[in-house]
Design a protein around this ligand. Structure first.
Ligand SMILES: Cc1ncc(C[n+]2csc(CCOP(=O)(O)OP(=O)(O)O)c2C)c(N)n1
Ligand SMILES: [Mg+2]
Length: 811
């Protein structure tokens, strides 16, 4: 008995001292990290000092298969779960672009943005149940919240939805918990509250930690949070006997023992009962202030600074270790250490260890650069030998060699400038230099501009067109039936497809494109959500990160703006910021362009496509095309936004018989009417109006060629538009966006990218809606958006300009 007790105490002691060790390593990293920035080796630093101890507790409760969605303070947690070494920490700080050295973001994000790898080299999924998972951090405060909801909900779906229970790479009976972290001040953001509410409604296994250090940079809690306490004001979320809700815990961030107890309890409740948890971790500190960009002495009082010193969580843990005594039954007193000296020795060791990790990280980073610079300088020397401007080039070389810590920018910029000195000369080394520059730029592009999209075989652009097939007897239906029956086919074909949105469940969406499907596939697979666009998207991102294929519905295009931030900051950057190590192939479905009034008839496509590079943007002109896009996307592994035509659901279209199978190709335009006089490019609802105008133009002997863009991102990869312009020598682009919106983008694509300017005989023109939003009613619409008459007259005017005698002026 005595032996057993001693043994278990030995284990306990080892664990405690190991925890202390991790906390100290992390702290040392923060301290040295700040120095690295202040001495100019790194550009910016934001560290986890002051938050170490609660993160040790969180790491203990965090199990294999679990997910984290957190923010820049979580380095200790990442170290405690074994996913971040001190050397990697510094590699991140220096922005080492080798993913092996800097596995979080390959140097693309500033340090403190953590992630794990969900994908193999080829872009296929790893077994996420066999590893610790951290969804990739982003900088906007609270933007980690929306996806957290989906990460947690995935467990619920895997536990309760039979059709996906064989997805063993992603879940074991939905036992995984999603752990969120956030700073106290960031809880002021709207998406924090939106997520908290939604997680309560959905009852998902989410453990939300608020690291409370009373400040958000310089702004005190009194300006941030009602009653200065997030747990106080969220009390109403506490679950009660008959009513679902949250379990809420409050704990001091320096209290190691309490923290471990609470985190274990929280993890157990969330994991077993699928109940969301809030842990308000108070009394935390920022020993070095917010970041390397400022000093907290400017805004904290002396008292507060002193208080922070006393309540530093590591200092408190240290005291606890020193004071700890346990008397056994035989009266023996067990301790973690016999004397403070033992801790001091450990601390010295840690200092050395971190210093050497830092040096190794720096050497790995700088030696790679130095090697490149040495090679570049050799080349410059050779070029100088041959050039009549050799003296100037040698000066460049000397300056470059004198830089102690060179960057690639120093090297390549010098090489490019050198080229100017030898522009009139010709010798073999000049070609070497040109090749060197081109190679360096290519390598730079790989390092800094690759992987905006999936570069795997599953990329949706690899999915080829498959035409809809029609039965012997033509069946004309309301177009929404095509949508509905196609979704039916997809839900049957892919058990991992989960569709959700406002009014998407019970009534089968506001236009009945999902009619009857909830009844058929259950309330999980076709679900209603609250009115909360940002977290509908977040839900989708989280589910997609865990192997499901969500189709998140935003009721109307005009309301996408609430979701646009998270689409832009999180979804669109995911592949890029993880260097292709995470993916979220979320499909966002919405409908728009044409209904009534300011908030139901917008088509803000320019804003959208400029904000979400990294997501495909598809604008099908009818439901057959739209359904084909969904079929394509589900064979790919990329996120996309599909905008259906709001006024198209009741129009008649022929029902294909290969629903769920035929495919509309992404990035390919379609010529819907051939003509010789002018090329008119349009998309979405406007296309029908262009077609209407085309008929009227025919009567005055003007034959227009109509091209349906269909896919704005990417646009016309085969350059079919320029082929048309080469034939017609005239170009008009029509849409319902503001002037200079998506039409300007299309113009740039055709004129600049496709060299359309070479074939034009007249000025290329765009015809768009007005700069204001669409006024209500028939006349509001007529005066706000391009009408068939506007299109007719604009084209007529272009024709008149070319041949005034044939096409007499209308006005
Ligand atoms: C949307 C957004 N607004 C502002 C910022 C700038 N910013 C970065 S951190 C921060 C304060 C966050 O404070 P808190 O949430 O308490 O976290 P702490 O840094 O104190 O741990 C601010 C305002 C940001 N990153 N994102
Ligand atoms: Mg704070």
């Amino acid at each position: 008995m005595e032996n057993k007790q001693k043994l278990s105490f030995e284990d306990f002691k080892t664990e405690v001292l190991n925890d202390y060790r991790i906390a100290k390593i992390s702290r040392e990293c923060s301290l040295l990290g700040r120095r690295e920035v202040l001495t100019g080796k790194a550009k910016f630093g934001i560290f986890g000092d002051g938050k170490e101890v609660p993160q040790l507790a969180m790491a203990k409760a965090f199990k294999i298969g679990d997910f984290r969605s957190g923010y820049y303070r979580d380095q200790t947690f990442m170290m405690a779960i074994g996913e971040l070494t001190a050397q990697q920490f510094f590699a991140g700080l220096y922005a080492h672009t080798d993913i092996k050295a800097e596995p979080m973001t390959a140097g693309r994000q500033m340090g403190g943005h953590f992630s794990t790898h969900s994908l193999h080299e080829d872009g296929s999924w790893k077994d996420l149940t066999k590893q610790y998972n951290s969804s990739a951090d982003i900088s906007p405060t609270a933007a980690q919240m929306p996806r957290l909801l989906g990460l947690a909900q995935a467990s619920k779906i895997y536990r309760t939805e039979k059709s996906v229970q064989h997805f063993s790479n992603f879940s074991i009976n939905g036992n995984e918990v999603a752990w969120g972290t956030i700073g106290n001040a960031s809880t002021s953001e709207g998406v924090f509250f939106e997520t908290i509410n939604a997680a309560g409604v959905l009852q998902v296994p989410m453990v939300m930690s608020v690291w409370d250090d009373e400040y958000g940079i310089s702004v005190h809690a009194k300006h941030q949070t009602t009653k200065e306490s997030i747990s106080e004001i969220l009390k109403g979320f506490q679950r009660e006997n008959a009513k679902d809700g949250y379990e809420i815990f409050v704990v001091n961030g320096w209290d190691y023992v309490q923290l471990i107890d609470i985190y274990n309890k929280a993890g157990k409740i969330a994991r077993e009962e699928h109940v969301p948890i809030l842990i308000h971790v108070k009394e935390l500190t920022q020993p070095q202030g917010h970041s390397t960009s400022g000093s907290h002495e400017r805004y904290k009082t002396k008292e507060r600074l002193n208080w922070e010193k006393e309540h530093d969580c590591i200092a408190k843990m240290r005291n606890w270790i020193l004071d700890f005594e346990l008397e056994t039954e035989t009266g023996e007193v067990l301790r973690f250490v016999n004397a403070e000296e033992e801790l001091i020795i450990l601390e010295k060791e840690i200092k050395k260890e971190v210093l050497s990790a830092k040096r190794n990280a720096w050497n790995a980073f700088i030696n790679e650069l130095k090697f490149e610079v040495t090679h570049g300088c050799e080349l410059l020397g050779k070029v100088a030998n041959k050039s009549k401007n050799g003296a100037f080039i040698l000066k460049y070389k000397k300056e470059l060699m004198a830089i102690v810590e060179p960057s690639r920018k120093d090297l390549i910029s010098t090489a490019r400038k050198t080229l100017r000195y030898i522009k009139d000369e010709s010798f073999a080394e000049k070609i070497l230099l040109q090749n060197f520059i081109n190679d360096s730029l290519k390598k730079g592009a790989k390092k800094f501009s690759s992987k905006l999209h999936s570069e795997s075989d599953f990329n949706a652009l690899n999915v080829l067109e498959k035409k809809p097939v029609y039965g012997k007897n033509k069946t004309l239906v309301d177009a929404r039936i095509i949508m509905r029956d196609n979704f039916d086919a997809l839900l049957k074909k892919y058990p991992e497809v989960i569709i959700f949105g406002e009014d998407a469940g019970l009534i089968g969406d506001v236009n009945q494109g999902l009619e009857g499907l909830q009844e058929k596939y259950g309330e999980i697979r076709v679900a209603d959500t609250g009115i909360r666009e940002a977290t509908i998207i977040g839900q989708g991102i989280g589910l997609a990160l865990r192997g499901l294929r969500p189709i998140a519905e935003i009721q109307y295009l005009d309301y996408l703006l609430y979701a646009l931030q998270i689409m832009s900051d999180d979804l669109a950057t995911l592949q890029y910021r993880t260097f292709g190590k995470q993916k979220a192939p979320l499909i966002i479905r919405t409908r728009g362009h044409r209904l009534e009034g300011i908030w139901h008839a917008g088509s803000p496509m320019g804003g959208i496509i400029n904000n979400i590079r990294g997501i495909h943007v598809l604008v099908p002109r009818n439901m057959t095309k739209a359904a084909g896009f969904y079929n394509t996307l589900l064979e790919g592994d990329e996120p996309a936004l599909v905008i259906e035509c709001l006024n198209g659901y009741r129009l008649k279209e022929e029902l294909p018989i290969n629903l769920g199978e035929y495919k509309t190709q992404i990035g390919v335009v379609e010529t819907v009417k051939e003509g010789t006089d002018i090329t008119v490019v349009s998309y979405g609802s406007t296309l029908r109006i262009v077609e209407e105008a085309a008929k009227e133009l025919q009567q005055v002997n003007i034959h227009i060629e109509i091209i349906d863009a269909q896919s704005l991102l990417p646009f016309d990869l085969n350059h079919d538009c320029v082929e048309s312009v080469a034939k017609t020598n005239k170009l008009l682009i029509v849409d319902e966006d503001v002037p200079g919106g998506a039409s300007a983008y299309i113009l740039q694509e055709i004129i600049e990218k496709q060299n359309g300017y070479m074939y034009l005989d007249s000025k290329p023109v765009t015809l768009t809606a007005k700069a204001h939003r669409t006024a209500y009613g028939t006349d509001g619409d007529y005066f706000s958006k391009p009408s068939a008459e506007d299109i007719f007259e604009k084209i007529y005017e272009i024709m008149h300009e070319e041949n005034p005698s044939k096409f007499k002026s209308l006005y």
